[in-house]
Design a protein around this ligand. Sequence first.
Ligand code: HEC
Ligand code: HEC
Ligand code: HEC
Ligand code: HEC
Ligand code: HEC
Ligand code: HEC
Ligand code: HEC
Length: 266
Amino acid sequence: MSTRWTKSTLIFGGAAIWGLLLVSCVVSDRTIVAPPKIAGANYVGTKKCLECHEETGGHFADATHAKLALKDEKGVDISCESCHGGGSVHVKAGGGKGTVINPAKTPEACFACHLDKRGEFALPNAHPLDNVACSDCHDLHKGKAIARTGAELETPNETCTKCHTAQKGPFLFPHQAMQEGCTACHNPHGTVNQKMLVARDANLCLRCHLEHPSTVSVSGVPGVIGDGKIAVGGEDHRSRLQNGTCWVAGCHEDVHGSNASKAMRY
Ligand code: HEC
Ligand code: HEC
Ligand code: HEC
Ligand code: HEC
Ligand code: HEC
Ligand code: HEC
Ligand code: HEC
């Protein structure tokens, strides 16, 4: 998250020297710049693309990837082709399918720069890229590539609930954690844990729910630090946590929200 690319590192030459530049264009530990190649194709420039694709590409100026502002050796903007590959063959054919890269059909164009994402999607629990495309969750042609606006809490969740309708609600007893977004508990690219959870045990919930032991009183005597109590919701959960995760059968099974139980037990 911390490293930002600088424009000057990204203005470089034509197709012939991509390979060389690749090595020198490591802009962060996660992202390198290596536009995809199409055999026999050269770059034609963004202006050319927009002659036919104004509708799709016309708002690209405010897109996250517009900041890259990739240029060829003559200074021509080749932003579109940084994801779609050189366009000359496509343009010569008058457009059409199969002559230019469509990342909805393959994530390879994205992996070329986002090397680390290939690894995340290879983890034991990940979205299956045969059925789900990067562009199902990221809009690359306009606005922020990550849907997230402070004003609209719904936005990041809608990215997910258009497919996962069961988690959408509204619920009679909603879980406030959902306001932080699905990513409060899931990494949608993939994790080592079941259901792409960001933690595999009670820590997933205790991050937000652990209370001071003094909230638990036994015979009118409040708990103190060091007495071993695990205070959650004003109750000592020590023995409960021995049953397994917080969401095992019989506990908080309906963790996304419930229509029957305030404690989301079913
Ligand atoms: C002469 C007009 C024209 C130009 C110029 C043009 N395209 Fe296209 N493009 C088309 C047409 C027509 C299609 C097919 C649309 C369809 O069948 O739905 C297409 C399809 C595409 C597709 C989908 C391909 C697929 O296999 O699914 C992409 C991606 C694309 N163009 C990107 C670009 C980019 C990037 C540029 C600039 C380098 C560009 N186009 C320039 C006319 C053009
Ligand atoms: C950061 C990567 C990226 C960049 C840069 C990019 N695109 Fe795309 N493009 C995609 C992805 C992903 C898809 C497939 C899903 C979709 O339609 O959003 C796509 C699909 C397309 C399509 C076919 C589907 C359609 O909506 O017609 C066209 C045409 C297209 N892009 C044109 C452009 C143009 C023109 C530009 C430059 C202004 C551009 N793209 C820049 C990633 C990118
Ligand atoms: C030419 C290289 C390149 C290509 C191709 C590329 N990206 Fe990126 N992308 C970048 C760079 C550079 C950043 C900024 C990274 C950073 O801040 O560390 C970025 C940022 C992002 C972000 C994060 C935005 C944010 O707000 O933090 C997303 C999401 C993203 N890209 C998705 C994609 C997807 C999906 C594709 C394929 C359709 C793609 N990218 C293709 C270079 C690329
Ligand atoms: C199922 C939805 C989903 C899919 C599919 C998906 N992403 Fe993401 N991606 C997200 C969400 C949500 C975030 C924001 C994560 C956060 O805020 O913690 C994100 C963040 C990112 C980021 C910036 C932060 C980071 O983790 O580096 C990049 C880059 C990125 N995605 C690239 C990709 C690429 C490339 C693909 C396809 C190979 C892809 N994503 C597929 C949902 C998705
Ligand atoms: C384009 C549709 C689509 C979108 C959008 C989508 N998913 Fe998925 N998701 C799937 C598919 C397909 C699977 C794998 C099949 C399955 O197990 O249900 C899956 C699986 C999952 C699983 C594991 C389910 C299981 O039973 O193991 C979780 C958790 C999940 N997605 C969370 C998310 C989150 C969080 C987001 C938003 C960032 C998201 N998904 C966006 C289609 C989608
Ligand atoms: C408070 C943490 C938390 C939040 C926030 C959260 N989830 Fe989950 N999710 C879980 C847990 C825990 C499981 C595992 C439940 C189980 O295995 O019984 C799960 C399981 C899932 C599954 C697999 C099906 C199932 O119910 O077992 C899907 C799909 C899913 N979540 C999608 C989402 C979506 C979409 C969002 C956002 C709208 C979201 N989750 C937000 C904790 C959370
Ligand atoms: C991102 C923070 C966050 C995470 C993670 C989280 N919660 Fe919550 N949860 C809340 C907030 C905020 C409330 C509402 C205030 C309260 O009751 O503490 C809440 C309320 C609840 C309630 C209802 C309490 C009541 O009786 O009204 C239960 C039960 C619950 N959470 C269980 C869980 C479980 C189980 C997990 C782990 C799968 C979890 N929470 C993870 C933030 C979180």
